[in-house]
Design a protein around this ligand. Structure first.
Ligand code: AMP
Ligand code: MG
Length: 344
């Protein structure tokens, strides 16, 4: 199919783009749109067939459920059984990069939820995403707009790489502000389980709810035959084509190791800005200053895609710490590395 690529530079002047995009979604087609986290591959969240098209465009297994995107936090009422904790989370973090899993209402097709009786709901803050959902008047089901298994796209260039010819329209809204997917929590009575860490950190969630558990699969590999709390946890994700290995050790030891590997084995590296002058620049991609986790989050997925283009068969990176946004970086990186961690 021909994919229309529409660029929105000034968010106050959408022209006809959003009318056209809403028309496509309401007639069952697919539109890629920018959000503050990563680009989303959107379809009508009330149409079973739209979900099937999304799975097929992504090459995603159909038991891996989609997140529905709403214009206002209170719209969740129409699609899920909310409650006190939902509204406390909404008050603190919505609109924004938080997805909440609750029991679903009948209007949400099982094809959207991968057969589950729960639904994941998010209210994005990006003005284009917000305006598009509002115009459609239906929830937009949208996973990240990458081919399944690849790093999530944080700019239209990478959306086009993966989705050109597979969707009716791509809205280019520039670079995504956050760069990692939303934090996902599941509400269980009065407690929360963190299923995917993101820009809303564990500490921030603890300010709203006294009992926040971290699902074991956030940090560790699932055991053989273990049933994950979130189906997406069992799939390989974010992976570059080259072998990706995380290095655990003092910064100076890690730097010595990667310097040697670049010289002897032509390996690529995702490095901190401070390290670049010590390394082979043609095999190094900076992801930000060591202490600047926001920039690292924003650059990680682009860096994984660009590292592949350097032609190395191995890519190294530092193992992140678990503090604050570090937990989200750690979670994405251990999965991209298929849990390969080397002590140096
Ligand atoms: P993506 O759409 O690519 O951002 O991925 C969405 C993630 O949300 C996947 O890992 C899903 O498994 C997870 N998810 C969506 N809906 C549910 C649900 N009802 N229960 C548990 N996890 C969910
Ligand atoms: Mg994804």
């Amino acid at each position: 199919m021909d994919t229309k690529i529409a660029r929105i530079i000034d968010t106050t002047e959408y022209g006809n783009t959003l009318d056209e995009a809403a028309k496509i979604i309401l007639s069952g087609g697919l539109v890629v749109f920018p959000t503050e986290t990563v680009y989303g591959l959107g379809g009508n969240g009330l149409l079973a067939d739209a979900a099937k098209k999304i799975y097929s465009a992504k090459g995603r297994p159909s038991d891996n459920p989609l997140i529905i995107h709403i214009a206002e936090p209170k719209d969740a009422e129409n699609y899920a059984f909310t409650g006190d904790i939902y509204y406390r989370l909404a008050e603190s973090f919505m609109p924004g990069p938080l997805t909440v899993i609750m029991k679903k209402r009948d209007c949400i097709p099982h094809s959207v939820t991968g057969g589950l009786d729960t639904v994941a709901v998010r209210c994005p803050s990006h003005p284009v995403a917000h305006a598009l959902i509002e115009k459609c008047g239906v929830p937009i089901a949208a996973p990240s707009a990458n081919i399944s298994g690849r790093p999530s796209p944080t700019s239209a260039e990478y959306v086009i790489e993966d989705m050109n010819g597979r969707v009716e329209m791509i809205i280019d809204g520039g670079e995504c502000e956050i760069g990692l997917e939303s934090t996902i929590v599941k509400i269980d009575g009065n407690s929360l389980t963190l299923l995917r860490p993101g820009a809303i950190t564990y500490d921030a969630l603890c300010c709203v709810c006294e009992d926040v558990k971290i699902a074991p699969a956030v940090l560790e590999k699932l055991a053989e035959n273990e049933k994950p709390l979130s189906p997406g946890m069992k799939y390989r994700h974010y992976a570059p084509n080259a072998d990706f290995v995380l290095l655990d050790g003092d910064d100076s030891d890690v730097l010595e190791f990667i310097k040697k590997e670049q010289v002897e084995n032509n390996c690529a590296v995702l490095c901190y800005d401070e390290e670049l002058s010590h390394l082979d620049a043609s095999l190094s991609i900076c992801i930000g200053a060591k202490e600047d986790l926001n920039t690292q989050a924003k650059k990680l997925f682009t860096a994984l895609r660009e590292a592949d283009k350097l032609g190395a068969n191995k890519i190294y990176a530092h193992l992140p710490t678990l503090d604050g946004l570090g937990l989200a970086l750690y979670n994405r990186m251990i999965r991209a590395a298929a849990h390969t961690i080397k002590k140096v």
